[in-house]
Design a protein around this ligand. Structure first.
Ligand code: PLP
Length: 287
């Protein structure tokens, strides 16, 4: 069965899926994206992902390429055509194709939209979660609008590569004041010695993760103490637990940061619990 992608109005073979050389996403990273988990063929937390997409588009003054309901149909169709059981669907919208010029095209051109999907190895991810992962830190070097989910991800790419070369799974950015912002593609969390969940406020310096928002709602419902505040690298290294969240990894326990073991060096119970209950609290869309 060939992989199928959606590109600007057509469903095409993945290997033939191309965009124009003057697409502004390709030339300027002038575009936004979303990654939505697919579970048993259904989209997870679609409503929140679409809300965030709307915000990202609005922040960059990019029009919706199609109506939100048409986008929803295409996401489902790409999942169906690729027979995705458990995996992810990727959606990218750019400002469109225009002669290379930094200013926005005037008049505006039609935004480009691409959707792909792929199966993920859930068992491998569960295995990773069972053992826990290691994180290294890198200096925060991104622009101050990382709250917009743009495809301009070069610092994130370099951070992840640095982690990989160091034998770690993720890199945490640390700002000038020594506070952890977030991972290269995940939000960062700790559990303090008093059992309080701590993660950085989403107003500044991080992406408001959908997985993060679901955990907030869960904590509120269950009466789990949660503090939205910045934490330092040292606080993380002295924490009872650390973990990261994202749509394709859900919750992954962290067992070391910059080579320093977290607590006893084993995945903690809070992260384990959050991972196991996550899908009871996520919203699963109709097929
Ligand atoms: N932070 C960054 C920089 C990301 O790229 C991502 C996801 O791609 C996240 C956090 C987690 O967001 P979500 O939970 O919506 O996947």
């Amino acid at each position: 069965m060939p992989r199928i992608a959606y590109v600007n109005g057509r469903y095409v073979r993945h290997r033939d899926a191309v965009v124009h050389v003057e697409d502004r996403g390709y030339q300027f990273a002038d575009g936004v994206y979303e990654v939505c988990e697919v579970r048993a063929g259904r989209l997870v937390d679609e409503r929140r992902h679409m809300q965030r997409l709307a915000r990202s588009l609005d922040e960059l003054s990019i029009a919706w390429p199609l109506s939100p309901s048409a986008v929803a149909v295409i996401l489902r169709e790409v999942v169906r055509l690729n027979r995705i059981g458990n995996g992810i669907v990727y959606l990218q919208v750019t400002r469109g194709v225009a002669p290379r010029n930094h200013a926005f095209p005037n008049p505006a051109v039609r935004p480009s939209m691409v959707v792909t999907a792929r199966e993920l190895d859930r068992a491998a991810m569960d295995e990773k979660a069972a053992h826990g992962i290691s994180v290294i830190t890198v200096p925060e070097n991104r622009w101050d609008r990382v709250d917009i989910k743009t495809v301009g991800l070069l610092p994130n790419v370099l951070a992840k590569q640095t982690a990989k070369e160091a034998g770690a799974y993720e890199a945490w950015f640390v700002d000038r004041d020594g506070f952890v912002t977030e991972g290269s593609s995940t939000n960062a969390w700790i559990v303090t010695r008093d059992g309080v969940l701590v993660t950085r406020p989403a107003e500044h310096g991080i992406l408001r993760g959908v997985t993060r928002s679901v955990i907030f709602a869960f904590a509120e419902r269950e009466g789990i103490r949660l503090e939205e505040r910045a934490f330092t690298l040292e606080e993380a290294q002295a924490a009872r637990e650390a973990f990261m969240t994202g749509a394709s990894t859900i919750v992954l326990p962290i067992i070391s940061v910059d080579g320093k073991r977290i607590a006893n060096g084993k995945p903690g119970p809070v992260a384990g619990k959050l991972r196991s209950v996550y899908h009871h609290h996520a919203e699963v869309a109709p097929a």
